[in-house]
Design a protein around this ligand. Sequence first.
Ligand code: AMP
Ligand code: MG
Length: 323
Amino acid sequence: MELTKQIEKGADILREGGVVALPTETVYGLGASAFNEKALARVFEIKRRPFFDPLILHISNIKWLDNLAADIPAAAKNLIEKIWPGPLTIVLPKKNCVPDIATSGLPGVALRMPSNETARALIELAGVPVAAPSANLFGSVSPTTAKHVEDQLGGSVDIIIDGGPCTVGIESTIISFMNAAPTLLRPGGTPLEEIESITGKVIIPAREDFVNHSPGRSEQHYATSAPLLLINSIDDIPSISVDKKVGLLSLEPIDKNLFLSNIDVIECLSENGDLREAACNLFAAMRRLDDCGADIIAALPVPNTGLGLAINDRLYRASRKNV
Ligand code: AMP
Ligand code: MG
């Protein structure tokens, strides 16, 4: 079906209380009208997501901000002006019209305006904010193509809108304005450096505190089927590779012949070590390593700057499945 027809059909489905898989620049989302509690409950059910893990509301138009948020501090306004539409989610005190199921009973609502044109056209046509977590089963690798969604959730959604591969490929950065100072709830597609250049210092909670600020931030997430092991250097591979098929996830190309270790498959995230390109390729590369039958996925950390912060966060949390 032609894309504009898919968007029209998707908007009808949203208005009627259905569930739509939609492309965004970050990852594919599983969307429902933010004002339809039954549809929201279905999103949780399809994903098998615990009800304590709140949803991000996606808007197409800045006018929704005042309708949904009770208070918008100047720093938040500034960020919105400079970065939206884009991979940045902002948590603000919510108005009563936002159903509790969307925020898991929290006093704040998470809002984002995606830059993906298809997503915005769909939301605009539906005429409601669209609550949309990633379109995958809870805890597994996020989808960056329509095919990823089809493979896992094809039978349970009302339509999958195919907008091509996601251009950012990693979830949004989440900044909360529920406390006096802006607080990072999740590193993501907008570099922290860019945010801090606008707001000044952002508070970064310690890993063990994240969950208090942001209930869905369980340590373990983004898990591949094969165990993912974070390694410090390529030299760690011989000790883990006895009798195992090892897949290596690396930022830059690695010459396999230089090492005596038995790496079976290498997924390089970017030919020239570009962290944006790497973020964009990350989830698809993790899926390919799973699909090639690797017994173990060894992942090298990337520099902790720019989108590297978000990549390392996803790798760390994927590795927590095995502890
Ligand atoms: P996603 O998994 O991409 O759907 O992002 C949802 C995440 O955003 C949740 O797991 C929370 O960490 C965070 N989040 C969403 N809504 C809220 C909220 N109202 N207050 C605090 N964090 C939120
Ligand atoms: Mg997710």
